[in-house]
Ligand binder design. Sequence first.
Ligand code: SF4
Length: 531
Amino acid sequence: LCDGLAPRADLLIEHLHRLNDTEGALRKGQLAALAEHLRLSQVEVFEVASFYHHFQIVDDDAAVPRTTVRVCTSLSCSMAGASSLLHGLQAKLAGDASVQVIEAPCIGQCHQAPAACVGQHQVPQASVACVTDLLARGETAPRVLVPSDADSDYTQLRRLLGGALTPDQVLAELKASQLRGLGGAGFPSWRKWETVRAQPGRKAMVVNIDEGEVGTFKDWQVLTTTPHRVLEGLLIAALTVGAEDVWLYLRDEYHDGRVILTQAIEALKQRLPAWQHKYPGWTWPAIELRRGAGAYVCGEESALIESVEGKRGMPRLKPPIVAVNGVFGRPTLAHNLETLWWLPEILDKGGAWLAGQGRRGRSGLRRFSVSGRVNRPGVYLAPAGITLNELVAEYAGGLPAGHTLKAYLPGGASGGILPAALADVPLDFDTLAEHGAFVGSMAVVVLSQHDSVRDAALNLMRFFEHESCGQCTPCRAGTVQSVQLMTEPTWDTERLAELSQVMRDASICGLGQAAPNPFDSVLRFFPEEVQ
Ligand code: SF4
């Protein structure tokens, strides 16, 4: 089963996928054999295999269902009837030992809620009928999607290769564009580039395509429509900072995206010899694709790096920052996929063009994933500083008939919940701090008067409880206790406030630090729902 995969410890997760895809689960005897094959201890293999949600460890003689159906029960899908879909499927397929139906956290298809995944086949607007129909036809392979940029000529990359642009000019345009990291943190991109570029030794780059924030699906859209533009940006970045190794880390739920990305990388590799001949003197990076395995925390850059190295995706303590000491100890440029997508555009139109976009004094364009109670859920490229009211009215087709705005999530599960009274504040990095919220990866979920904000907050906290990596107590125990307290008819607000403080102060990474945001928002803006 491991033919064609090198017996390297850093490829452990790839080996596990190979076994899991073939067998439907990981048998204990196979894990022991794999440990020997990779010259690892059994505990190293078992601890990794048991960390990731998409791996299931079973006894050697256990019967394993051939297909797993995952039903997303995160917020947007939940609002669209995920619970009845889950229970309907479990009832319908109860006697079928070849299928198991399980709950899944957000699978990044919130605009097509309720969503499910049959094997590796993503199902938008899923129903009991269409899922059973796919099972009957054995359609469990990834959907085939066709990107729009397969004939890309990599114009801006070739300008760099041919000398029409220098790496210094690329960096200057990046600086002028004021491009910020679009994975959620919003850190100025040029600063990362300068830091990595200035480091001695062999440098690396990781591309974060692990978008797992509830409500976010923009990277999926970018990846499945314009993968070559992402690869062009990737090469421009790698050549400018001098990264010799690049890992693309893709979330496992995006099976269709993996097919597209694999094809795009292969097509790129076929073009490389001609470019290497035509443009000598460049050190070309080695590019490898790594598959996540169902762990939201791997969206955190140091957890992602641990996973790239074949380990459990547990965030590292900082400092050192990854730009100085990242993957395999090398200075590492870590970028979200969309951030790279912008580079060809910036070099084509000029950094000042992008910086000149925006409303209310904000700079740039932002890709919002919009879902929930709107007529046209989807990904919208809109000016930074747009308000929720404008975004919904101008882009998402307004609210459905019979619904009025009650609340919204400006930034997925982590970004807090704001009331309708704050639907006119500009949406961008740093504009919502005074309201205890942030936009993060720009995942907007709209709630109407028919939705319960306390139920939404509980749904989000259950997500954090499920996704905590367990490394630090405030997050591991705090999320469990929060869920217990939030399930009570009346919330113990004092206890929750205490938990919030401890989780914010003492959690290692952003997951635990931001996890209290949903209940803090309810206590602040919707106390009548919990008293
Ligand atoms: Fe893990 Fe949570 Fe601690 Fe982050 S805050 S390191 S997710 S336990």
